[in-house]
Design a protein around this ligand. Structure first.
Ligand code: FAD
Length: 448
């Protein structure tokens, strides 16, 4: 029979690693980390794109410069991770129409203001309706390309202008792009180094098991049995499950007995955001690179059609790289087609903006987070006026099965720091559970 450990952690993203670290710090060292892929990091993932280290997943440390310190910012600062300040606020003044003209800044600012006001009104009415006062909606839906582009930017990127988002309220409004050749995941390796055996940048510790796909979790009052795709069996007193909300919605992992209805319903209900950063490499720059030009917008009659662009000159000077971000429906569409098709579409958009004589891209990189069976999306997207009940249900343990990950963070879901703090919190609950159990055992023994 397999050796029984205290805790099995499923997943080696930042929440799984921070959870395991807290266990180790609390003297629980007989732990096992089961990770489906061949690397740690999960949604923090770098890749070499024609000589430049690009981040396919999390790219920014969001929430910097406020009263409280963002713990991920502190970790990054301690490691000297190279970062660049991102100023999104100028993007609205760099909106191109299909004929390559930039919308006059007055018109752009006006449209932006209207969109923010409309979104705020919508939010107020939703809140009023939730409180029982039924108010008929009066806001207008965006129709023109510029309205659609701004609606996309506002709702898929900059909601902070409409409602107070805890990340920016607590940690500050600034965002920094991680632009370090060692990658954002260097932060995770450094964290792992503190409690796992490592050598020359490699984790050698046998408690970390890569390429282990968990398919089944049997659980009872006494412990858990975890089965993997290769037929291996792991036993433990507890399991901490950090697989993404998209994975929990899929049928990759079965629970026996099944999770209770209140739990599965909450998991099903949670919307999952897909966010695709497409990288394009060029022989030379043909886009403006001066101050306040880092982000630019393409206004098309289809919402979210190659709308949001960034040049990488601030992050990696001389890299001649552009990034365009697609979300949700557009992400899924592009994931399903060939990269050549996507490159053709992107080039069409760039030629609209910058003219027909720009050079073809020499390379393209299209991450596929939605099709990836170990992710099934990018991050949880709780409704604007969620009252936390749903998150609490998703986070709540079921017997010896504890849950963690960005989707279990009440204040910072969707972010790296949310996942990091969630890992710490979940482990603290497990440590507390173990302590209480021991206390009860000693009480019983004294009694006997
Ligand atoms: P993950 O990192 O997903 O870790 C879970 C791990 O579980 C994975 O390694 C996975 O392989 C593994 N796993 C899954 N199923 C199984 C199984 N059956 N058996 C074993 N292992 C399994 N956040 C920011 O703060 N700033 C950003 O700029 C930002 N941008 C983002 C852009 C993109 C494209 C994406 C995808 C995410 C972005 N995020 C951003 C969100 C951030 O990356 C996540 O919130 C965070 O990394 C999630 O960490 P996690 O530990 O909860 O999950």
């Amino acid at each position: 029979s397999p050796r029984r450990s205290s805790v099995i952690v499923v997943g080696a993203g930042i929440s799984g690693i921070s959870a395991a670290k807290v266990l180790a710090e609390n003297g629980i060292e007989d732990l096992v980390i089961l990770e489906a892929t061949d690397r740690i990091g999960g949604r923090i993932r770098k890749e070499n794109f024609d000589g430049v280290c690009v981040e396919l997943g999390a790219g920014w440390i969001a929430g910097v410069g406020g009263k409280e310190a963002n713990p991920v910012w502190e970790l990054a600062a301690n490691l000297g991770l190279r970062t660049c300040f991102s100023d999104y606020s100028n993007a609205r003044y760099n909106i191109y129409d299909r004929s390559g003209k930039i919308f006059p800044s007055g018109l752009a600012a006006d449209s932006y203001k209207k969109a923010v006001e409309s979104a705020m009104e919508k939010l107020r009415k939703l809140q009023a309706n939730q409180a029982g006062e039924l108010i008929e909606p009066t806001w207008c839906t965006p129709k023109t390309p510029i309205e659609l582009a701004i609606d996309f930017i506002l709702h898929d990127f900059e909601m902070a202008e409409v409602e107070p988002i805890s990340t920016f309220v607590d940690f500050g409004e600034r965002e920094f792009l991680v632009a370090d050749e060692r990658g954002y995941d260097y932060l995770l390796y450094k964290m792992a180094e503190e409690f796992l055996l490592t050598s020359e940048g490699k984790i050698l510790d046998t408690r970390l098991k890569l390429n282990e796909v968990v398919r089944e979790v049997q659980h009872s009052r006494n412990g858990v049995i975890v089965k993997t795709e290769d037929g291996r069996i792991y036993e433990a007193n507890y399991v901490i499950m950090s697989a993404s909300i998209g994975v929990l919605q899929s049928n990759l992992i079965s629970f026996s007995p099944p999770l209770p209805r209140w739990k599965t319903e909450a998991i099903e209900k949670c919307a999952v955001m897909v966010y695709t950063k497409i990288f394009l490499k060029f022989p030379y720059k043909f886009w403006p690179c001066g101050p306040e030009k880092e982000f630019f917008i393409y206004a098309h009659e289809r919402r979210g059609y190659y709308t949001f662009w960034q040049h990488m000159e601030n992050a990696y000077p001389g890299s001649n790289t552009l990034v365009v971000t697609l979300t949700n429906g557009e992400s899924k569409r592009v994931e399903a087609q060939s990269d050549e098709e996507t490159m053709k579409e992107a080039m069409g958009v760039l030629r609209d903006m910058f003219g027909t004589d720009i050079p073809d891209a020499t390379d393209i990189l299209v991450p596929r987070w939605y099709t990836n069976r170990f992710q099934r999306g990018c991050y949880s997207d709780y409704p604007m006026i969620s009252n936390n009940h749903e998150i609490q249900k998703i986070k709540a343990p079921v017997g010896r099965v504890f849950f963690t990950g960005e989707h279990t963070s009440e204040r910072f879901s969707g972010y790296v720091h949310g996942a990091y703090l969630a890992g710490i919190e979940t482990s603290q609950s497990v440590v507390e559970d173990i302590r209480l159990l021991k206390e009860r055992e000693t009480e019983n023994q004294t009694f006997l």
